[in-house]
Design a protein around this ligand. Structure first.
Ligand SMILES: [Zn+2]
Length: 408
């Protein structure tokens, strides 16, 4: 009797502790250049199954049109907006040449590794530059960040993957990459990883809107299915809680051949995820830059304040108080507006006229005052702060939103 009571007591004590130790893991997948209307209309049983657990939504790539954050709907620009959680005016990748990334805006990989040196990262990719240039593998500018495991570069291996006119060798590379991603996750379960698949974009560029583009998506769906199966295996057999986020880097022009501009079809991307606790922002107006804070939330990754104040996105998982901060100067005042999801919370407004962050410095923010988030707007005097440039930050219980005021 005594034994039973003790066991019961221990059971009560131990159960919550055990539940909390479930290891958080995340992977994001980019399927290149698949418009939202295509993924919507083509059968994709694996993506559908994942979305059934969490959700599916259309989203935006490309920053605010006509403002400082307008960002081309170009592949590497899209990947880096996802990786860094900021638009091109900050991360400074404007094209696939990736000439001069500003590594001061850390990728989520680097942020994760700096906070958790013992945890493991991996990349499985049909494009070498994703690791060497965007993640900045072993570069002094990234603090010599290096993924613990990588599987990439096969597009340069013309012996095993001889280039074909119909680009079918890229399908073979995607096959190789996705099989290895599934194998590696099944066996090693890296804490944070990224799989990148390219073939679908080649079909768009070569054939436009076409049966080939549809086939490219169906092939990617099968490849995603392999990874999903590995994740399900891990969750069944290990104490692990996995987040998978699937997206595309941009939409396409009306004919399906091109991208890079800001037509609605080029800017409209999509996100499928198994994520639980998806908030209202997920359905309403998510953007490419929201993936960083969402994955960070799942992983329990605390972003240092100076970096969090620069992130252009907001988490679509967990609590959310406000999104879409905008700010402008009118009649000697800062006029702020935002979209509120708040029920009674207050926020704090910070403004600085400097941008030392981009060159590794610190900005000295002035606390302008407190605001009721539900009101969705606030006004503060610019007195004593005259400048041509401001960074405006709204601090909420769930995180930070920021917006720049740029006077030419
Ligand atoms: Zn692309």
């Amino acid at each position: 009797m005594k034994k039973t009571l003790l066991a019961l007591a221990l059971g009560f004590l131990l159960f919550p502790a055990v539940a909390q130790t479930k290891a958080k893991k995340a992977i994001f997948i980019i399927v290149d250049g698949i418009p939202a209307d295509v993924v919507d209309s083509v059968p994709t049983p694996n993506i559908d199954q994942i979305a059934k657990v969490g959700g599916f939504t259309t989203a935006v790539m490309g920053g605010d049109v006509g403002t400082y954050s307008q960002t081309p709907t170009i592949s590497a620009v899209g990947y880096n907006s996802m990786l860094t959680g900021v638009w091109a005016n900050k991360h400074n990748v404007w094209g696939n040449g990736i000439e001069d990334p500003n590594y001061q805006y850390w990728t989520i990989f680097r942020a994760f590794k700096e906070a958790n040196p013992g945890k493991k990262t991996a990349i499985f990719s049909t494009w070498l530059d994703n690791r060497t240039k965007l993640l900045g593998d072993k570069l002094p500018q990234t603090g010599h960040f290096s993924p613990d495991y990588y599987f990439d570069g096969f597009e340069l291996d013309t012996v095993n993957f001889p280039p074909q006119k119909d680009r079918s060798h890229f399908h073979l590379i995607d096959e190789t990459v996705s099989k290895e991603a599934a194998r590696y996750i099944h066996e090693k379960a890296p804490d944070l990883s990224w799989m990148y698949l390219e073939y679908s974009d080649d079909m768009g560029h070569t054939y436009g809107n076409s049966p080939q583009m549809i086939d490219g998506l169906k092939k990617a769906d099968i490849q995603i299915g392999r990874v999903w199966e590995a994740i399900q295996y891990r969750e069944k057999n290990f104490d692990e809680d996995w987040l998978i986020v699937i997206t595309t880097d941009h939409g396409r022009t009306a004919d399906g051949f091109g991208h890079g501009g800001h037509s609605e079809r080029e800017r409209t991307i999509w996100i499928a995820t198994n994520g639980k606790n998806l908030n209202s922002h997920f359905e309403d107006s998510p953007e490419m830059v929201d993936i960083f804070p969402s994955v960070a939330h799942h992983l329990g990754l605390e972003i240092p304040k100076s970096q969090a104040m620069e992130l252009d996105g907001a988490s679509f998982i967990g609590p959310i108080d406000a999104v879409d901060l905008k700010a402008e100067l009118t009649d000697g005042n800062f006029k702020l507006t935002w979209k509120s999801y708040s029920t009674g919370q207050t926020g704090r407004v910070w403004i600085t006229a400097t941008n030392h962050f981009k060159s590794r410095g610190l900005d000295n923010y002035s606390l302008m005052g407190e605001v009721k988030l539900e009101e969705g707007s606030a006004t503060f005097s610019t007195k004593g702060m005259e400048s041509d440039f401001y960074k405006v930050v709204l601090e909420t219980p769930a995180g930070y939103l920021n917006y720049w005021i740029v006077n030419d």
